[in-house]
Design a protein around this ligand. Structure first.
Ligand SMILES: [Fe+2]
Length: 406
């Protein structure tokens, strides 16, 4: 959902005969919002409609714990172990009718191709690298990459080595994940000068196209489609990613968090300046290593704030959190609407001489309340809600500062 590009072989006009190696190519319009939204036009070697068989598989709707208790949470995702592949290994932790947030530590290779038919996905690679092979070509995934995959994109993820960990924010309300409109001319055009990133930072898919022959099982190509809260198996005689080219503005891409140019100020700036993507009823922000506020009397930790209209999720991907005991790499906190939150006691004084932060965190603010799953509750830190108390135990007092993000 980005800007116009063209790849491979396409005809000069849309919807005309296009032959490659004396064979007619088969056109597929890959469009959003009916025929009124962003579109890509794809050219296949074989008809993309030629399904050999299909069947309903597993129902995978997450089960949330419907609790009325209002409390902050600290989920220790680094306690989750490797399990499943890059799709089946995703453990949903928090969610609502707009967004599902999951953590995955894959231990297996994906046996099939996958298509999320109901949601755009924004993946954050906390650790690991590898290749994302998609309908639109290939992408190299690296640590600290955001990987944005439009719904309907067939893909597979392959990692270079064991140990990959990634966070996924899936917009189950069907909205599209895109750069904030205020960063772009007219909301959809060229990235503007005040934007903290631009076209040069976005990595589109590249050729060659097609599925590796090794992904063929039993003489057929299988695509597992996620839709209607279930997985469906579709099998094709021909490679469903057998394209020769495409053009348009709907394609997956990578964007590395270190390519985000942080906006810093004399005095504390709100998380709005760290926003990287938006969708309906949720935003995604990226807190990168950066200088801290430079006014001589600046308070270098955030002021306490009441997020009265949103639940705030912060994923601490990497950096030095030793000053805030209990928060580690892989910590994921939830600060729900209705409770003000901010820096721990003593940290304003402790950070007075701090000039920079090396932390890297991803935030997802949702405009409707999130609920936890049983998996989340199993890794929840029960001491976290009381860690701001004036009576808090000494082991929770930070020595030198606090996370500078939130
Ligand atoms: Fe906050």
């Amino acid at each position: 959902m980005c800007y116009y590009i063209a790849r491979g072989s396409i005809p000069r006009k849309r919807h005309v005969r296009h032959e490659v190696d004396s064979h007619l190519a088969f056109e597929e319009v890959f469009g959003t919002e009916g025929f009124s939204g962003t579109t890509s036009t794809i050219y296949h070697r074989h008809p993309p409609t030629a399904v050999e068989s299909s069947e309903l598989g597993e129902v995978i709707e997450p089960t949330y714990v419907q609790e009325r208790a209002l409390r902050m949470r600290h989920l220790r995702t680094h306690h989750l172990h490797a399990e499943g592949d890059a799709i089946t290994g995703r453990k949903v932790l928090l969610g609502n009718s707009d967004v599902e947030i999951s953590l995955c530590v894959p231990s297996e290779v994906m046996p099939s191709l996958f298509k999320n038919g109901q949601s755009d996905e924004c993946i954050y690679m906390q650790r690991g690298s590898g290749r994302l092979t998609t309908l639109f070509g290939s992408l190299t995934m690296a640590t600290r990459d955001f990987v944005v995959i439009p719904k309907g994109t067939i893909y597979r993820m392959d990692f270079d080595a064991p140990g990959a960990r990634f966070l996924t924010m899936e917009f189950v309300n069907g909205s599209h994940i895109r750069p904030p409109k205020r960063y772009r001319q007219g909301g959809e055009g060229q990235f503007l000068e005040h934007s903290p990133y631009c076209e040069r930072d976005i990595r589109p898919p590249q050729g060659p196209f097609g599925t590796p022959e090794s992904a063929k099982v039993g003489g057929l190509y299988e695509v597992i489609v996620k839709a209607r809260g279930a997985l469906h198996s579709f099998r094709y005689l021909h490679d469903p990613m057998d394209i020769i080219g495409f053009d348009g503005a709907c394609w997956p891409y990578c964007f590395n968090a270190l390519d985000f140019a942080p906006i810093v100020g004399q005095l504390h700036l709100p998380p709005t300046v760290h926003q990287v993507f938006e969708g309906h009823n949720a935003v995604i922000c990226c807190f990168c290593p950066r200088p801290l506020d430079f006014h001589p009397n600046a308070i270098r930790v955030p002021y306490a704030h009441s997020n009265i209209d949103s639940d705030e999720v912060m994923f601490y991907a990497e950096g030095n959190y030793t000053a805030r005991r209990g928060i580690e790499e892989g910590s994921l906190t939830l600060h729900p609407l209705g409770i003000p939150h901010g820096p721990h006691p003593g940290t304003i004084e402790a950070t007075q001489d701090q000039r920079s932060t090396n932390e890297l965190a991803v935030m997802c603010d949702t405009f409707r309340p999130l609920s936890p799953t049983a998996i989340a509750l199993a890794i929840d830190d029960a001491k976290y809600p009381a860690s701001w108390s004036a009576q808090r135990p000494p082991e929770l007092v930070g020595a030198n500062g606090v996370s500078a993000t939130r």
